[in-house]
Design a protein around this ligand. Structure first.
Ligand SMILES: Cc1cc2nc3c(=O)[nH]c(=O)nc-3n(C[C@H](O)[C@H](O)[C@H](O)COP(=O)(O)O)c2cc1C
Length: 181
């Protein structure tokens, strides 16, 4: 039984990448894992100010918002599933802001040895449409000691929310979740 935290970065309630999150979470739960899905929508997530306050204050960030609680959940998890829509061929601002805010504990044991999955949706179906998005996630994981990439889904070709319904990608996400053990 693993602790799985699924982080949905889309601002769209029921968005395509969030549907991938839900299916992944469903599969992971059915496989007997402890799973929590959180959405960044509506959360207060300030930017990292690069003030280094945290480096001189026991790794506590001086920005007081919803990130503290999210970081606690990330630390507690064995498996981190990060999801984002493709925005300008990168990740969206919500997920990037959260990534930057891990700065206060990026080199601490709490963020080490995590397993990562990435779930991404885009409108364009170019072969390279998700290269940069994937690299954003990979760049984050590369900074954390002992990270292990376990899988990712590139669900291309969806513009409107809900268009992903009935596609093979939801099944893929469910199966990927089910494989977590
Ligand atoms: C601000 C913004 C930027 C976007 N940029 C891109 C892009 O660069 N390439 C692309 O293929 N789709 C782009 N899209 C479309 C989304 O990636 C697509 O609608 C996706 O399915 C949204 O996922 P969601 O429903 O989980 O939010 C953009 C959408 C928005 C709102």
């Amino acid at each position: 039984m693993r602790k799985v935290l699924v982080i949905s970065g889309t601002p769209r309630n029921g968005g395509n990448s969030e549907r991938l999150c839900e299916e992944f979470a469903k599969g992971a739960k059915e496989a007997g894992n402890e799973v929590e899905l959180i959405s960044l929508r509506g959360k207060e997530i300030g930017f990292c100010n690069a003030c280094d306050y945290c480096m001189n204050h026991d790794r506590v960030c001086c920005v007081k918002d919803d990130v503290g609680e999210i970081l606690e959940k990330m630390v507690a998890a064995d498996v981190l599933v990060m999801a984002s829509p493709v925005y300008y061929f990168a990740v969206d601002a919500q997920i990037k802001a959260l990534i930057d805010r891990t700065y206060c504990i990026w080199d601490q044991p709490g963020l080490m040895n995590k397993e990562f999955y990435y779930l991404m949706t885009s409108w364009r179906e170019y072969e390279w449409a998700m290269d940069c998005t994937l690299e954003c996630f990979r760049g984050f994981a590369k900074c954390l000691k002992g990270s292990k990439e376990m899988g990712y889904i590139c669900a291309k070709g969806f513009w409107d929310k809900g268009e992903i319904e009935g596609s093979k990608f939801l099944e893929q996400a469910y199966e990927m979740g089910k494989s977590v053990q």
